[in-house]
Design a protein around this ligand. Structure first.
Ligand code: SAH
Length: 464
């Protein structure tokens, strides 16, 4: 690419042109569409240029260009149709540091003006670097035909409607809405002006929202760690309008209470036989309810994007063409760390934190134990109860200090929250004694803030 296409901001900027004949008129016609301030230097300007000057659309200076004239201009056009004169004026431009274009002289021009399809604010610029003007003209003609003539008006009105269109879920639904506006509903009314276009947008949005509802939709909602007050407003809204709520084992009953009264609640955590529901079955359930036109809320504990097998369910929706959006939630690590008065990161201690799982599909999950065994490391370990002895063994084997602080928070944010402050060497035995039955989050490298200060033994016990 010898020429780099850019859109230059010329509002209020100065552009000068030398020449008063046909070539000048052709360029000026184009330049008059911009919001630039135009100055034309010509001893003999055509009537058309003189008319523009009289109408105040450009400034006409009835003499040839002189050195010093071009200070403060952003662009210069040499349009005298005379090689010697063009060379003289473009040299003045160059000396003034102004980019120059010499009409019909690609070689000596610093920039070229592309073929333009103008549907302001939609502008298509076509360039062939002078290789094939015929091709450029053909592409331009093709686009002129293809792009509705009212596209500019539609785009201007559409721009002001972008916020309102966010009522539609991001992605497929919103794209369909805009395609409908620009290529169907919009062109039908555009001839009647911007008020009609605005009205068409309002109606179209209404239609699409209804259609979207009829088509079903899945909201993947993070339910937070358990305390209903830690739900987001978006999560509440989704629960308020749900037809079907498919929830995981760890979602607190108080949160399910908030679902719309008529909503069908489906426990995806268990089958009637007490087994885990296979992931494929859950995927099918989500998709089939959405396809039946339901507003589905897929409720996951904490944040859906943290150890939530979210991607498998999104992929299933994608494959089935089901629209969805994801509502973030407060993950267990955030709730647990808040309860012990610590930060996940701290200047001078750890500049990074890891979210680990004790378990993965293959059993106990393997990690970079050598790195984790270093002093100052902080990790939030999910599903770490059963793996406690394994994790303890691996870390000590890789040289971790047995006195490394460990805190386990069970039922974080819930009324029955319990905190166990221990050390790496005592982790497995202390956990066995505590006999936690609820979900628990294990922090490597953190102890409750209170345990580090001068709390009394009793307060410490209460905290534990
Ligand atoms: N998506 C969830 C995590 C799901 S994995 C989130 O972002 O929190 C399940 C694990 O999360 C549990 O084994 C436990 O380690 C942790 N967990 C979930 N809720 C918890 C809670 N209220 N208190 C402590 N740990 C919790």
């Amino acid at each position: 690419m010898k020429h780099f296409p850019i859109f230059l901001s010329v509002k209020g900027q100065r552009i000068a042109l030398s020449g008063g004949g046909d070539a000048a008129v052709a360029k000026l016609r184009l330049l008059l569409k911009t919001e630039a301030l135009l100055t034309v230097y010509a001893e003999n300007a055509t009537a058309e240029i003189r008319d523009w000057a009289a109408a105040g659309r450009l400034t006409l200076i009835a003499r040839s260009l002189r050195a010093g004239d071009l200070a403060g201009e952003v662009l210069f056009y040499a349009a005298d149709e005379d090689a010697a004169e063009d060379a003289r004026t473009s040299a003045i431009a160059r000396a003034a540091g102004v980019l120059a274009n010499i009409v019909d002289n690609l070689e000596d021009s610093q920039f070229i003006t592309p073929a333009i399809v103008d549907r302001d604010p939609v502008t298509v610029a076509i360039g062939t670097e002078g290789a094939a003007p015929v091709l450029a003209r053909a592409i331009k003609a093709d686009l002129e035909e293809r792009l509705p003539s009212h596209l500019g008006l539609l785009a201007r009105v559409g721009k002001g409607f972008r916020k309102a269109a966010e009522a539609l879920p991001f992605g497929r639904a919103r794209r369909a809405f805009w395609a409908d506006y620009y290529f169907k509903a919009g062109p039908r009314v555009a001839a009647n002006g911007s008020v009609a276009a605005q009205q068409a947008l309002d109606e179209l949005l209404f239609e699409h929202l209804a259609q979207d509802a009829a088509q079903g939709h899945v909201a993947f909602v993070g339910a937070g760690p358990g305390d209903p007050e830690l739900l987001t407003l978006k999560a509440r809204k989704a629960l308020d309008t749900a037809d079907v709520v498919i929830y995981d084992r760890l979602v607190a009953p108080e949160i399910l209470e908030l679902a719309r009264r008529e909503a069908q609640l489906i426990d995806a955590g268990k089958t009637p036989y007490g087994q885990h529901t296979p992931q494929d079955t859950i995927n099918e359930m989500i998709v089939s309810h959405a396809k039946a036109g339901h507003q589905v809320v897929r409720l996951k504990s904490g944040d859906a994007t943290v150890f939530g097998r979210l991607d498998e369910e999104l992929t299933a929706c994608d494959a089935a063409g089901v629209a969805y959006h994801v509502v973030p939630g407060i993950t267990a690590a955030s709730a647990a760390v808040a309860s012990i008065g610590q930060s996940l990161t701290k200047r001078g201690r750890n500049s990074g934190v890891r979210f680990l799982t004790g378990h993965d599909v293959a059993g106990f999950a393997d990690h970079d134990w050598r790195e984790l065994a270093q002093p100052g490391q902080v990790a939030a370990i999910y599903m770490g109860k059963k793996a406690a002895r394994f994790i303890q063994g691996r870390l000590i084997m890789h040289g971790a200090d047995p006195a490394t602080e460990i805190t386990v928070v069970e039922n974080a944010s819930r009324a029955d929250q319990r905190v166990l402050a221990t050390t790496l060497s005592a982790l497995a035995t202390d956990l066995a004694t505590a006999a936690f039955s609820g979900p628990a989050l294990t922090f490597l490298g953190l102890s409750p803030r209170a345990a580090q200060t001068s709390l009394t033994k009793i307060q410490q016990q209460e905290l534990a």
